[in-house]
Design a protein. Structure first.
Length: 379
């Protein structure tokens, strides 16, 4: 049920509303009687179905997408062949041009649109339409406008996604820096208490003990009480200093969630075992970049909705396991982002394993040794 709802939501997007409106206008203008009526119905319905499916370009593999666009083009050309004098029938190519611009680079779109318009010109000439060049030129202008609008809309979406990634990076880095600054301040306070207050309390206690050694003051209860209180205070101070030094490590979970929060998808499912403690900012930065690259790949290449990240400590190493619920498009290969991830892990003396899982999504497993990772087990 959830999958059906998600599919309907993806189909009923604002971009598809003009598609439905244009298709309806063409459908109302065409004749459906005579021996060709059934073929007209079939071609029109085929165009609508393939147009809606082609709008899911980001969720389709390239061969599947090419198949949908091929079927859509065939349905449009069949309609033009059956009704070359229909007047508004070439408007179907306007829809097709816009969708091609959303799915392919400008050069590819240009060649495909040119081929479609050559076919349109040939069909009109075969039907004896004397104004074929004018009709082609007019609808070519509409196609160019639609394609450019779609191209710039796609560019705006890509820019928005890149801006979201940069913003997420800044939020995560800020969270790590704030946490690191708090740890540094806590350590500074612990040192000051130990070196200054602890030293003076020790001196006071030694002097009180010296007074107790004096026979003239040994019987004074006030001096004994002060000596006992100084000992208790010194012990309390040591516990406070130890507590300040016993850092729970950087709040990596906060930084990782800040990294994923601005992204519309995938959602981050984070699990960090209680045995993991990370106090090294450089290591935290490495983990942050690994998860960031995994989020980017899951969103751009696998169309994943969820990214699962687990950090655990096993023996003398920190393990990072990342897996999404998407599907890799086309042949899997290691690009610059994954190569950079491998370099980061190798720089810390770790190992990285990348492989598709049984569902066809990318699974990332990283191992960082304790000596390089600065991860410690909980007491």
């Amino acid at each position: 049920m959830a999958a059906v709802t998600s599919l309907l939501r993806a189909l009923l997007t604002p971009f598809n509303l003009p598609v439905l409106l244009t298709w309806t206008a063409v459908w109302l203008a065409l004749p459906y009687d005579g021996p060709r009526g059934a073929l007209v119905w079939t071609a029109m319905l085929g165009f609508l179905v393939t147009a809606l499916l082609s709008s899911l370009a980001e969720q389709c593999k390239p061969p599947v997408l090419a198949l949908w666009f091929g079927a859509q083009s065939a349905c449009a050309l069949v309609m033009l062949w059956l009704a070359p004098r229909g007047g508004v029938t070439p408007a179907l190519l306007v829809i097709l041009a816009a969708q091609l611009a959303m799915a392919y680079p400008p050069r590819t779109t240009l060649w495909l649109v040119a081929a479609l318009n050559l076919a349109l010109y040939a069909i009109l000439r075969h039907a004896g339409v004397g104004s074929a060049p004018v009709v082609v030129a007019a609808f070519l202008g509409f196609q160019a406008f639609a394609a450019l609008t779609a191209h710039f809309a796609r560019g705006a979406e890509n820019a928005r996604d890149r801006l979201a990634l940069v913003n997420a990076d800044l939020l995560a880095t800020r969270a790590l820096l704030a946490d690191s600054a708090r740890d540094a301040e806590r350590l500074r306070v612990a040192r000051e208490l130990h070196d200054v207050a602890g030293h003076k309390l020790t001196a006071i206690r030694l002097n009180l003990r010296a007074l107790l050694a004096d026979p003239a003051l040994a019987h004074r209860g006030e001096v004994r009480l002060l000596e006992a209180l100084s000992g208790e205070l010194l012990e309390d101070l040591r516990e406070v200093v130890q507590t300040l030094r016993d850092s729970r490590g950087l709040e990596l979970a906060t930084a990782l969630r800040a990294l994923a929060a601005p992204l519309p998808r995938p959602a981050l499912r984070l699990r960090i075992d209680d045995t993991v403690r990370i106090s090294d900012p450089a290591l935290a930065e490495t983990i942050l970049r690994i998860v960031q690259e995994a989020l980017t790949n899951a969103a751009r290449h696998a169309q994943a909705r969820t990214l699962s990240v687990r950090l655990r400590r096993e023996a003398d190493a920190l393990h990072i396991e990342i897996e999404d619920d998407g599907l890799l498009r086309g042949a899997w290969r290691e690009g610059n982002g994954l190569a950079g991830m491998r370099e980061r892990v190798a720089a810390r003396g770790g190992t990285l394993r990348l492989a598709p899982n049984e569902r066809g999504a990318l699974r990332i497993e990283a191992r960082l040794p304790d000596s390089a990772a600065a991860a410690t087990a909980a007491a």
